[in-house]
Design a protein. Structure first.
Length: 89
């Protein structure tokens, strides 16, 4: 139980931020799976479309500091490598 009004407000703010961050991270995981599924299915056009959306979601999460910017860069790089490898086949 918070002892001050300030502590109570910080708790409320933390709850909202946690929900927002969790939603962003879940979206990133979802779009990662969509891109990988499209690559597995051999549907390169769909994979590219999903990858574009994935990049937007990751960049937005990094900008909001829901995830570390280096993690965002690493995730985009790894998924791009998978997509490029699939294109080469």
């Amino acid at each position: 139980m918070p002892n001050t009004q300030q502590a109570a407000k910080r708790i409320r703010q933390t709850k909202v931020r946690t929900q927002r961050n969790r939603a962003r991270k879940t979206q990133i995981k979802t779009y990662t799976k969509r891109v990988e599924a499209a690559i597995e299915a051999g549907d390169i056009a769909k994979a590219e479309t999903e990858f574009h959306t994935f990049q937007q979601k990751v960049d937005k999460a990094a900008k909001a500091r829901s995830i570390h910017p280096n993690k965002a860069s690493r995730a985009k790089s790894r998924l791009a490598a998978k997509l490029n490898a699939a294109k080469g086949k």
